[in-house]
Design a protein around this ligand. Sequence first.
Ligand SMILES: Cc1ncc(COP(=O)(O)O)c(C=O)c1O
Length: 443
Amino acid sequence: MKTPIFDFVKDYAESNASRLHMPGHKGKSFLGCEKYDITEIDGADVLYNASGIIKESEENAASLFGTSATYYSTEGSTLCIKAMLSLVCAGKSERPLILAARNVHKAFIYAGALLDFEVKWIYAKSSSHLCSCPLTADEVEKQILGCNRTPDAVYITSPDYLGNTADIKGIATVCERHSIPLLVDNAHGAYLGFLEKSLHPIHLGATMCCDSAHKTLPVLTGGAYLHISEKGKEFIPHAEDCLSLHASTSPSYLIMQSLDLCNAYLAEGYREKLKATAKKVAELKNSLGELSFEASVSEPLKLTLSPLSYGYTGNATADYLFKNGISCEFADIDFVVLMFTPENTDDDFARVLEALSGIEKKESIRFSPLSLPREDEGRLTLRQAVFAESEWIATERAEGRICASPTVSCPPAVPVTVSGEVITKEAVEIFKAYNIDKIKVVK
Ligand SMILES: Cc1ncc(COP(=O)(O)O)c(C=O)c1O
């Protein structure tokens, strides 16, 4: 597979040209990578008005991912989420309506504030965790039928931060029956299309999705894709404009080179490497199961431990692992999440097993799950709340106040209380459990 962006920048870096253009480092070494950090010079193409090397590279990605069109983002899935929501909101004569599973990343909330769409939230019957919203296709259909008008899109997050995946195929069938685009936040699942049996949202029937390449593929932080399927062809002519609406005009060529090189990585032996890694993760889960460590069912590259039954909180387990040279992706009271890719060594796997084998099993911790706040309608719209006059107050004093900004940093960046909703007593408990001691509320 060709790597046109990488090749162009390499040739330019080796050409020893006098750089009388941005950036100001002029290719001199401060961090070490500056000679490859260029801007949109002649021949380097223009992201979001691509017709040269970027277009060629994006087309390579589209053919690898099996999409009708794929666009690069150097500003993460965050940018792609805003762009795909802009695409479904554009050209509507009334205020757009999005039917969304409640476990959205905060990028969705900010998109709602900027685009002023109305949201109808779908809550899961069974979930007790902020990050999860397990839905059946029937539930989604019931919610569609319960709307007072046809939603402009259904929006789900799959996989979620804990590695749970949704029934995208079933939900896509429902959406198709009602002629509604299905948008999937697949930030955690860029690799899913390369499994023996693809689990990528585009192959399961989604209209559009975002993938954070940087989360699971060997791509620099910030690299992501906006994918559009055959079903979403009508959105293709407007995609670059909708990305531009939210993006910087100075995209990182370091990240674009990384996305470009990733095409070659994916084309050359990745499927086999992925299969072997998924097998190692499954074996690790089995070995931990033999030690009576509970690992949740999750997508193949995540190991999500529920250590309460072993006598430890997720946070305590993550601290212990850190002291043993293992840095986890995410931990809270209930869970610890570890993410693997083919770039992890056998030593990494062995270290996790060895460290966890060394923990003494204790009496299980009984912890009543924090019940998630549920509000069918906010007091204010997302836009009104996010742009309202607001103030920071101590979490203990927030009950009864209206939430202004989402106030949950990454990870998991899933809002406890949605902007515009009243902060309940239960929500205060969850904020505290995530060590959030200040909340931005409407004045
Ligand atoms: C579910 C989910 N969606 C979207 C994002 C945003 O992705 P990015 O960091 O690539 O902008 C994240 C980030 O962690 C996420 O967990």
